[in-house]
Design a protein around this ligand. Structure first.
Ligand code: HEC
Length: 187
C-alpha cells in the first residue's frame, strides 16, 4: 500500500510539472538586484545602536506613515485591531498582565530592537519596503504613543539608543530570590 501511495504521489507530481507553463517549475530563476536589496538587511541592530543607519524621523511623520500603512492591522493609535496591540501603559509587565496586553511600552526592553523589527518585518504584506526615515519616524511615533519619549527630539542613530525603556527592569533579577522573575514567559 505504501508503495502504491508513492507511485500515485509521483504521478501527481509529474502531472503538476507537465501542467506548468513551459513544463518547468522555474526553479533557479535569478533574483533581481532589487529583490536582493530588499531582503539583505544587514547588520542586525545591537542594543548600543551599532548597525543603525543614517536618517531620522519625527512623531508627526510617524503618525502619517502609521495611519497609511499600519492602522489597518494594528488599530487607531496602536490600540490593536485585527492584529497586535502596540500601545499601552509605560510600565514593566507584571504577572497580572495577560500576554495579549504585552506592548512596546511595557515589554520591549531595547528601543533599537523596535527599529530592527519594523524595518525587517513590517508591514506584514510588504516587509522591506519602508525607507530608513520612515522606520525612524514610526519608532518615534510608537514610543511617543507609549509614553516612553516626549517627542521633542527626532529619532536617529544618536537619540534612539539613549531611550530608556520601562521594561528594562524585567531583565533585572528579582531582589529577593536573585532569579529572573519566574512568572515571566519569554517568547
Ligand atoms: C497586514 C497586517 C499588518 C500590517 C499592515 C502591519 N502589521 Fe505589524 N504585525 C502584524 C502581525 C500579524 C504581527 C505579529 C507577528 C508575529 O507575532 O510574528 C505584527 C507585529 C508587529 C509588531 C510587534 C508587536 C509585538 O509586541 O510583538 C510591531 C512593533 C509591528 N507589527 C509594527 C507594525 C508597523 C509599524 C506597521 C506599519 C508599517 C505594521 N506593523 C503593519 C500585522 C501587520
Amino acid at each position: 500500500m505504501k508503495r502504491l501511495g508513492l507511485v500515485l504521489l509521483g504521478l501527481a507530481l509529474l502531472a503538476g510539472v507537465l501542467a506548468q507553463p513551459g513544463g518547468r517549475y522555474q526553479i533557479g530563476t535569478p533574483l533581481t538586484e532589487q529583490e536582493v536589496q530588499r531582503w539583505n538587511i544587514r547588520p542586525s541592530i545591537l542594543p548600543d545602536g551599532r548597525g543603525l543607519p543614517p536618517g531620522q524621523g519625527t512623531v508627526d511623520e510617524g503618525e502619517r506613515v502609521y495611519n497609511a500603512q499600519c492602522l489597518g492591522c494594528h488599530g487607531a493609535n496602536g490600540q490593536g485591531g485585527v492584529f497586535n496591540r502596540l500601545v499601552g501603559e509605560p510600565f514593566p509587565v507584571t504577572k497580572d498582565v495577560d500576554s495579549v496586553d504585552f506592548v512596546i511600552g511595557n515589554y520591549w526592553q531595547y528601543p533599537t530592537t523596535l527599529f530592527d523589527y519594523i524595518r525587517r518585518a513590517m508591514p506584514l504584506q510588504a516587509p522591506g519596503t519602508l525607507s530608513d526615515n520612515e522606520v525612524y519616524a514610526l519608532v518615534a511615533y510608537l514610543l511617543y504613543q507609549n509614553g516612553v519619549i516626549d517627542g521633542s527630539e527626532p529619532m536617529n542613530a544618536q537619540t534612539l539608543p539613549k531611550v530608556q525603556m520601562p521594561a528594562r527592569a524585567i531583565l533585572e533579577l528579582d531582589p529577593t530570590t536573585q532569579k529572573r522573575f519566574p512568572w515571566l514567559r519569554l517568547p
